[in-house]
Design a protein around this ligand. Sequence first.
Ligand code: ATP
Ligand code: MG
Length: 557
Amino acid sequence: HNGGGPLLTVFLFDRRLEESLCEEKSLRIRGGYQELRADVCETFGIRPSEAFVISTTNRKQLTDSNFNGIIKDGITLYILNRIDQLLSSSTQERINFLPHYDTLIKSGSYEYYASEGQNPLPFALAELIDNSLSATAKNCGIRSIQIRLLFDESQGKPAIAVIDNGKGMSSVQLKNWAVYRLSKFRRGSEVDSEDASYVPPQPVARSLNSDISYFGVGGKQAVFFIGHSARIITKTSDTQDIHEFILSKDDFEKKEKNNEFIYTGYIRNRKPADFSHVTEDDKNLRNLIMEEKDKESFTAVIVTGVQPVHIQYLKNFLRLWVTQLAHIYHYYVHGPKGNVLGKPKTIPIDIEVYMFEKAKVPKILNLREINDDMQTLYINSAADSFEFKALVEREGVVEGIIRYHPFLYDKETYPEDPYFLSRGNEDIDEIDDDCIIVEKEARGRRPIFECFWNGRLIPYTTVKEFDWCTIPKKRGFVPTECYNRISGVLFTNDKFEVSTNKLTFLDLELKLQDKNTIVTRVTNGQEQRVKIDREFALWLKECHENYDKQIKFSGFK
Ligand code: ATP
Ligand code: MG
């Protein structure tokens, strides 16, 4: 700590005397233990011949030999008669409790627990798509979101890039990207903040408002679930400058080792297509940077250090997880009516997956081309639908659709969910003495409703039923099987809370069942105050009479 070392300040309390009133004093460290002792004598008016000790708040006595190990900037020390004496009056000690950087880099590993037998990786990717949907919300032309799986090792280390042509980020916004838990609601509220404050979107059908950012954690959790380093490259349309920032586990560890501030770093500001900072063997990154030339505004999130298990999964189950993404964003890529097969659509949102592997032709899948996600199956096997709306606590809006999947000739048309069995529902009690009854009663034990939040599927929350659309206690108008021929969707706005990983709703079902919740029927876009249970029962009866067709063999001998 002598000479050229950093300037350190220590805080001292004189607690030698019974009634010491003197408050904290600060001293600059200008040398070793002897210098400090001399300064203490001078500052506190102690004669050099007087006996006293200098102690840490842990009651470790300072000496010549331990001085350098103990003294840190801002440390609190006591001046005492004896090392173990009673504190005659209280003291105050400055502490700093910045969260550990594991807050960031381990945020993903515990958030995306694999549950219901599903691999949560697609849900982590979804967080990055959520961000891109938000960023492209105000695009004039096509909204393009690409997930590029760069797994051709001859082109550099494996990487996953999510690239959008959205509004991009200024350097202040890029800094804010990295701030854990800085939600949009707090943006722009800091004094002289250069970030814009939040303006809620106008209500739209099915709450497809693209406003899916909420907590300020998703992107970080996702990248550190997938890998251990993320590079964000971004540009807004009002400048030529590109901003680039890296958040990585290695960096954090290095900073910790070197005793540097953990939550600091550098944004690289550069001209488009300038890859001079990238090593030659990282062709993937160089190619991405070259593409910047023609872009007005964009954001690319490039994850490296991708865990090998993730790479295996993404390669081996490509079709499966792309279908899951198609399910999550069904109404964004197909529009509020969903994927009605055979009807051409002009929805300007392209979400595409590109898989690059060594010595293979790249595979490209557009979510819009997926025709076997559950929503597509429900929509296209439905004969009729019943729409309703629920209003919860004034601002909570839920739009609902119930669809009827008739019995046709010799079988139910209710679509099977290929993943339902693998979702931890093996305890089916039809299994009776080695004899599995294959006949299925349409929906079976599946819940009726899948739930979308701001138009985006919340995959682990379903709503089983409402009392007005479940099998009635008394005999109804229709055979009970008909109640098993309905599927449903709920679309909520963001007045309903979801967990930070966007996997579950917190209390959707409870709120919907509240007796103050007002449910109206919607026909041709018009809301009608009706008795919803009666309306539903009548609708179901009509469905049964009009659409169920059963073959009856007669005169058969
Ligand atoms: P949530 O926890 O709900 O995801 P969030 O989206 O705000 O909230 P992050 O996903 O970590 O949290 O993203 C932080 C912020 O960075 C976003 O609010 C947004 O302002 C900005 N951002 C992230 N991705 C993009 C992108 N692709 N384009 C532009 N800005 C982005
Ligand atoms: Mg987000």
